[in-house]
Design a protein around this ligand. Structure first.
Ligand SMILES: N[C@@H](CCC(=O)N[C@@H](CS)C(=O)NCC(=O)O)C(=O)O
Length: 286
């Protein structure tokens, strides 16, 4: 949920604690789902009822998780996770790659990569670790598997498998088939890593023939981790090569309301922030 969208603010439960008329600031309590957060909202209350003044007049300070994101890049994992957990957040969309198109981002994250998530003094740049963090921060949620459960090991394994084993080879395909300039492209590298990715993906077939989800017989953060790898593969036109149970699983994940909401939110945020809505994996250098 983007809390600074007026429509969504209306859907959440807000109670104004103080209203400073001099600077139009409202101190509010924001309740969405189970989480309650005090927030300072800069709002021109004269525009409160005007939908056309949506984002400009609402700037939550100090209290919201801030997620830096590029369209459909790995930061989609924490975005999807935030939606599943119903945690309020602020979404900042950057043009891809930020190191080339928004150099000021290097001040926030010298790596130049996304995601970057800021939660108070906590700053994190690994998409899967952020998902794990968000679950732990929530306390009790079925979206994580606890150390007391027998599936704990398999949960951790697939949480990391999604990034280290399934996403990494695809980034080489992206780079050497599409992102590099024509003279630096390496079709044989792209072909080899496509084969590598598909071979690793096949190992999920038996598991997903028996179970609807990757671990613990329920949807968890591990499904978000693996799900993003499947989303990326779809952008690489590899969906037709998914084995049957993997293909059914991917359809199942895409039906989740939080997944669909994350897609919608990133699109709206890109539009509101003047950033291209083209998914990052679909970009091609001129
Ligand atoms: N292992 C990290 C990888 C982060 C990463 O490399 N993100 C890519 C986008 S998917 C990026 O920011 N690339 C731009 C660049 O390297 O300049 C994660 O899972 O978050």
């Amino acid at each position: 949920m983007i809390i600074h969208s007026l429509d969504l603010l209306r859907q959440s439960r807000l109670s104004a604690l103080t209203h400073n008329r001099a600077n139009h600031r409202l101190r509010m309590r924001v309740q969405y789902g189970r989480s309650i957060q005090p927030a300072l909202v800069r709002a021109d209350v004269r525009e409160w009822h005007s939908p056309s003044h949506r984002t400009r007049y609402f700037e939550l300070e100090n209290s919201l998780i801030k997620l830096y994101h590029c369209m459909s890049a790995r930061s989609f994992r924490p975005l999807w996770m935030l939606e599943e957990l119903n945690i309020p957040y602020e979404l900042v969309i950057l043009p891809f790659p930020p190191r080339a198109h928004d150099r000021s981002y290097l001040n926030d994250n010298p790596l130049g990569t996304i995601p970057l998530m800021i939660d108070g003094d906590t700053r994190m740049t690994e998409s899967v670790a952020i998902c794990q963090y968000l679950c732990a921060r929530q306390g009790s949620t079925p979206l994580q598997v606890s150390a007391e459960e027998t599936a704990f090991g398999s949960y951790l394994n697939y949480l990391h498998f999604g990034e280290a084993t399934l996403t990494f080879p695809q980034t080489l395909v992206l780079r050497y088939a599409y992102f590099e300039t024509p003279e630096r492209r390496q079709p044989s590298v792209a072909k080899d890593y496509t084969t590598w990715f598909l071979a690793r993906l096949k190992t999920l077939e038996t598991l997903l023939t028996q179970d609807d989800y990757i671990s613990a017989n329920r949807f968890t953060a591990a499904d978000i981790s693996v799900g993003y790898a499947l989303m990326l593969a779809t952008h690489l036109q590899l969906e037709d090569r998914f084995t049957p149970a993997v293909a059914t699983y991917w359809q199942r994940l895409q039906r989740r309301p939080a997944y669909q909401q994350a897609l919608k939110v990133q699109k709206e945020a890109a539009r509101n922030q003047g950033i291209s809505e083209v998914p990052s994996p679909d970009l091609r250098p001129a």
